[in-house]
Design a protein around this ligand. Sequence first.
Ligand SMILES: N[C@@H](CCC(=O)N[C@@H](CS)C(=O)NCC(=O)O)C(=O)O
Length: 207
Amino acid sequence: MAKKLHYFNLNALGEPIRYILHYTKQEFEDIRHDRETWPKPEIKENLPYGQLPLYEEGEKVLHQSLAIAKYVARNTDLIPVDPWLQAVAESTAYTIYDFWQKLMAYRREKDPEKQKQLKKELFEETIDFFFSRLEKQLKENGGYFTGKLSWAEFVLCGIVEASNLMLDTEIEKKYPTIEVVIEKIRNLPGVKEYIASRGTYVLPKIK
Ligand SMILES: N[C@@H](CCC(=O)N[C@@H](CS)C(=O)NCC(=O)O)C(=O)O
């Protein structure tokens, strides 16, 4: 059945899904929209909630990036076997998204003074609040959130890469276990070739 992933020409919420699809060798059409010319009413108005990513499989349509990431990882060893560990992987992915929401508040702020303050808070408090805890979880579980590679590490990798792009930083440099796992994801078969073919991302201007 034809698989299509619609997202912007950006890493952010789409990239973990792309990484999982490439690693698990699933063929899909990687449809990329231009963030700078968005919104295109003829596309946005036809999306279930007006946002991307959107995943299609034949006639079926799925939104919400974490649901899509988990769905495309199904029937692979990226979903822990144990139900408790499945829940741990999910809770970790939601936590990474809690950080993302804080980053988005900074990115969407239109008042330059307020934006400066939000950036200060990110660098002085928020990043370390989240990433020191994620680092601890990885460290206590052999370098993976649930003891072995799962879809949650792909979410971490995509969100850290997008955060680095938006903040012009390298978050992982202060967190050695995070740095190692991100490097592992980036070098996985399928992901490595995809990254090489994709090139680098440029931060779009948003309206
Ligand atoms: N909770 C949604 C959030 C989706 C979302 O925020 N999408 C943004 C891009 S990252 C978007 O479509 N922005 C353009 C718009 O809202 O028109 C998910 O995880 O998929």
